[in-house]
Design a protein. Structure first.
Length: 52
């Protein structure tokens, strides 16, 4: 049962990372630079949690 919880967490972190990458693309296409910095900062924490 514990392995299913871990797999679910990994799946949710991957979904969050994909959403943040799409959001960064939208911000860059609108030339909104400050929100890109914020989403990159949040995405870096997502990467840290996904790697450990």
């Amino acid at each position: 049962m514990n392995i299913f919880i871990n797999l679910t967490i990994i799946l949710l972190l991957n979904i969050l990372g994909s959403c943040l990458k799409n959001l960064k693309t939208v911000f860059l296409s609108q030339n909104a630079i400050k929100p890109v910095y914020i989403t990159t900062f949040i995405d870096s924490f997502n990467c840290i949690f996904l790697c450990f």
